[in-house]
Write a protein that binds this ligand. Structure first.
Ligand code: HEC
Length: 115
């Protein structure tokens, strides 16, 4: 058995099985994470655009989002334009105030619906 030519093959096979085993464990873990991500996604579909706007926008754009000081009125603007400005910024308006696309959309819908 000591110098049997079959030993290296057995070793290689054992290593192969071990690698497959660990890769499948890794895959199972990722699947669980993905499932968790889906649940998180379901929660964010219920975002409250009004609450987010009050939290993130009125500080600069005023209580009714009708502008204050040098900050322009944003109430009633086109929802697509609002989404674009929140995502990319514009002039002194900082980008990245909101990160979640569902939140950006909800805020844009709410602000756009105002007069
Ligand atoms: C730090 C202060 C600040 C905050 C917070 C802020 N803004 Fe602004 N915003 C500005 C300023 C200043 C401008 C004018 C930018 C320019 O065009 O020079 C602006 C411009 C805009 C515009 C473009 C208006 C136009 O006529 O083109 C939109 C839309 C807008 N903001 C939406 C939002 C929304 C939605 C939020 C909340 C998520 C928000 N802003 C939060 C300062 C702010």
């Amino acid at each position: 058995m000591k110098n049997s030519p079959i030993v290296p093959y057995l070793l290689i096979m054992a290593m192969g099985i071990a690698i497959i085993f660990f890769l499948s464990l890794d895959g199972a873990g990722k699947k669980q994470e993905a499932a968790k991500g889906d649940e998180g996604g379901a929660e964010t579909t219920e975002v409250d655009g009004e609450a987010l706007a009050k939290q993130s926008c009125i500080g600069c754009h005023g209580g009714d989002l009708a502008g204050q000081g040098t900050n322009p009125k944003i109430a009633g603007l086109d929802a697509e334009h609002i989404q674009d400005v929140v995502k990319n910024g514009q002039g002194a308006m900082p980008a990245g105030l909101l990160q979640d696309p569902a939140e950006i959309e909800a805020v844009a819908e709410y602000v756009s619906s105002l007069k």
